[in-house]
Ligand binder design. Sequence first.
Ligand SMILES: [Zn+2]
Ligand SMILES: [Zn+2]
Length: 387
Amino acid sequence: MDSAEENLKLILAKKYPGLVVECDCTNPKTILIRGVMSSSASRWLRLKLLVPNYPHLNKFQLYVQHQLEYKCYTSHNLPVHDNWNVEDLLANLWELMPGGTIKDVIKVTSRPKSNIYEEILELHQPLDYHLQLNDSCTRIRFSRFAEMDQHFFELELPTLRLLEHSLPDCVPLATMLSKNVRCLRDALDLYQKLLEDLRPFYDTFMDIDELCHVLQPSPITTKDNSRVFPLKERVYLKVVIADPLAYQASMSLQIIGPTEEVAQLRHKLNDGLANWDTELDMHKNLLRVFDLCYFPMPDMSENHKDKGQEQDQDEHCNICFVYRLDNGQVPLVSCDNARCVLKCHAACLKEWFNTLMDGKTFLEVSFGMCPFCKAKLSTSFAALLDD
Ligand SMILES: [Zn+2]
Ligand SMILES: [Zn+2]
């Protein structure tokens, strides 16, 4: 890395701590700056800035998140000066952005009330949400939001410190509240705005939860941003949405199963991703990608009904002999030998190998062979270990 880039990193760290710079190793002139930038007025922008001829600004592409979509800006629709560099662009960005693009979620508008308990009385709106106070009036809980009735959040009074909430943990709610909220009304507004912004994220998972046999997580909560469900016999799909506020941009898909099948399906997936139809929901897109009419669902025929529950005898983990672990994991790991029917939990396999070979890297060594038949284990199962 040359000194100009080192310098840029320093500037970003000092002035824009929410932004990071990435370099393209194949092309040393190309850099990507991405992250969140805030103004002194407590407003923020999520952006990606691609500079192909760094340190020159020419041919730059700036993507700014508006609601859930990124809008692209170049020198054609942004009035930048010819002699500007990256730093100048960032310094003037707030003035250049058209008014509507700036995320106004956290714009501080209200003045703090002199007495927080006075404010609580004003916030009583039983049609929109449920409001509860504990006996000593030190905790307030908002819950049962209209149309989003599983959601809640709880604050300490009078400090407004966040105690509990129902949003995914990757949404930095505590930081947002502590930075931008001066009264209870602000906190409630922020939370309701976030619920609205997260609606597409929850809608995306709604069809998956209904029409796929979601195995993990279990139970599914409003905090979960991933799903694992069967794609076919012994093969599973793991969907992760890293940033629920930009769900289409941050979605990742992993195929988990025996090596050969995973390799074949990955080809399909790569082709399918190129033809992803943003008009359709994720469930329909995935069906198109894998050329399916539906995803496998549990067998509800007469034979299986009697056994009840999900604990089918042959579904047990062959290491710990349990079906579902306390953390919600089910046995999904099988080996490349199609005749070996044994399955186990990723966590159990890890533990098993740890006792056999201490000190060696789990992913390199442990996913070497099946503990039962010695056939190869696919490295795709590593994706299950983050859960
Ligand atoms: Zn187990
Ligand atoms: Zn095996």
